[in-house]
Design a protein around this ligand. Structure first.
Ligand SMILES: Cc1cc2nc3c(=O)[nH]c(=O)nc-3n(C[C@H](O)[C@H](O)[C@H](O)COP(=O)(O)OP(=O)(O)OC[C@H]3O[C@@H](n4cnc5c(N)ncnc54)[C@H](O)[C@@H]3O)c2cc1C
Length: 487
């Protein structure tokens, strides 16, 4: 049976797409999920302290608002609860094929359908495909020498082993990014010693956390428009931050000043402050939002190590100064294998063209969702859709609605396929790259936003409002619309 749509992945993007398809009367779709549960990022990242850096009012879908968020910024447990609530509320479970991993996509031009191969040997066919396999779903270990010689416990932040008790243990944490700054304050509470191996310090801003009072939840429940208004307020506050985080401006200097102030207040040791002061423009790498990280580092049982790691050895970690740090466990808070070049699995389009080959030096697309030569294929979190200052879900919602609009157009006009024009895609990307050149994320630091040779295939160079405007229109002249053959 040929489905109207196959969605790859049951994280926020895949489930959001399913909800919007259903709300638009499209029911013949399947969600293919390689794991045995929904939730994606928030199913996998359950490390101690795991939480979102964006307030829940905005890190949630506008079409599925939750009046009961217990606090401003939610932990992974509450976010996963929200995702599971959505699955039940919108009756999505019956559309999901769990334990099914997509291994290849190929488009049959004559039939106008995609063939979706899976590791389990099942094949699905569909007119359209929504790729929602997530940008950060594959945990990555750094290429450190001696990785397999270490004999103690190893844990990746995205695959936390809850059976391991760090109480009284000597623990090393490699990495000082967004996950590490959440894990370290939890570890120092019980571990005998925590050694933090830092390569580059990041800019840290305070988190304005609060507990939602009962009256507030009642208000949102009884008058849902009040929650929409609050959401808008949080949205515009983040849009304002773009002025300092997306482009290097006087506000960037002010944000860096605020971060330095937090560092001065929370870390008394001058030498340590020096080690923790970033040497790049704020916004060039992901901003860290926490009140607990610096106080944790300043604790007696915590030590910041800034010497580069030379190798792992059977008992721990040897740094470039020749010191061997003996530890019982190593936590890798080293992030994800982000697909900036190539594709996570082979994708074959018109005339046998391979998306992996076309993206071998960096991914690009039209409006981050369509790629010329790959008809009826829609990406979520595609090239240049990353926000540095706002909620990923705001962008995701726009991508989902764009895909649903295209799928409805296909049905309404009884088309075989829609394929974005090469020239429209080229023009679009020239504009994106020109705009990126003026942004903080292209200001010279090394980050996971860039490929090894400095191509930015990740970030969107503007306000979320500009992104939403770009996605609000399916500009028909930018697409080849191929009619079904008449009999
Ligand atoms: C720890 C962490 C914290 C984050 N915090 C924030 C934040 O504060 N603010 C913000 O805006 N964004 C944040 N993000 C980024 C983003 O919002 C989340 O990653 C978001 O959950 C992405 O949703 P997704 O559905 O695109 O991908 P995912 O949640 O990764 O879901 C993808 C799903 O696809 C499945 N899948 C993958 N490959 C295949 C395959 N081949 N076949 C079948 N299924 C497959 C996976 O198992 C997974 O279930 C964070 C990300 C991480 C990892």
């Amino acid at each position: 049976m040929t489905n109207s749509v196959v969605i790859i992945g049951a994280g926020f993007a895949g489930l959001g797409a399913a909800i919007r398809l259903r709300q638009n009367g499209i029911e013949d779709f399947v969600i293919v999920e390689r794991d045995s549960a929904v939730g994606g990022t928030w199913r996998d990242n359950t490390y101690p302290g795991a939480a979102c850096d964006i307030p829940s009012l905005l890190y949630s879908f506008s079409f599925a608002q939750n009046p009961d968020w217990p606090q401003g910024y939610s932990g992974s447990h509450d976010i996963l609860g929200y995702i599971e609530w959505m699955v039940e509320k919108f009756d999505l479970r019956r559309f999901i094929q769990f334990n099914t991993e997509v291994t290849a996509l190929s488009f049959d031009e004559a039939a106008g359908v995609w063939s979706i191969a899976t590791a389990e040997g099942k094949t699905f066919t569909s007119v359209s495909v929504i790729m929602a396999q997530g940008p950060l779903s594959n945990a990555s270990l750094p290429p450190i020498r001696g990785l397999d010689t270490y004999t103690g416990k190893t844990i990746h932040s995205a695959r936390w082993d809850h059976d391991y008790d760090p109480t009284g243990k000597r623990v090393a944490v490699i990495g000082t990014g967004a996950s590490a700054v959440q894990i370290i304050p939890e570890l120092v509470k019980t571990a005998a010693q925590v050694k933090v191996f830092q390569r580059t310090p990041g800019w840290v801003l305070p988190r304005l956390q609060y507990h939602t009072p009962e009256w507030n939840k009642r208000l949102y429940r009884q008058f849902p428009f009040t929650q929409s208004v609050a959401r808008k307020g949080v949205f515009w506050a983040h849009e304002f931050m773009a002025l300092g985080l997306v482009w290097p401006t006087a506000m960037t200097t002010a944000l860096q000043g605020l971060s330095r102030l937090q560092l001065r207040r929370q870390v008394k040791d001058q030498w340590m402050r020096r080690q923790l002061t970033p040497r790049f423009t704020a916004g060039c790498k992901r901003l860290l939002v926490t009140n607990d990280y610096y106080p944790a580092l300043a604790k007696e049982n915590c030590k910041l190590i800034t010497w580069p790691i030379a190798t792992l050895c059977p008992n721990g970690i040897r740094t470039a100064d020749g010191i061997e740090h003996h530890v019982d466990a190593i936590v890798f808070a080293t992030g994800f294998d982000v697909c900036k070049t190539g594709t996570p699995f082979p994708v074959t389009g018109l005339n046998g063209r391979s998306l992996g080959e076309e993206w071998s030096t960096g991914a690009y697309a039209y409006k981050s969702t369509s790629v010329a030569g790959y008809p009826n294929l829609y990406l979520t979190f595609g090239p240049n859709s990353g926000p540095g200052h706002n909620s990923a879900l705001v962008y995701m919602e726009a991508q989902i609605d764009y895909a649903v609009r295209a799928i409805r157009t296909l049905n309404r006009w009884n088309l075989k396929y829609l394929d974005v024009r090469d020239d429209a895609q080229r023009r679009f990307n020239e504009g994106i790259q020109q705009r990126l050149a003026k942004t903080t994320c292209n200001s010279g630091c090394r980050s996971w936003y860039l490929t090894d040779d400095g191509f930015n295939a990740t970030m969107y160079p503007g306000f979320a409002t500009q992104y939403l405007k770009q996605m609000a229109e399916l500009h028909h002249p930018d697409y080849h619309a191929v009619q079904k053959a008449t009999q």
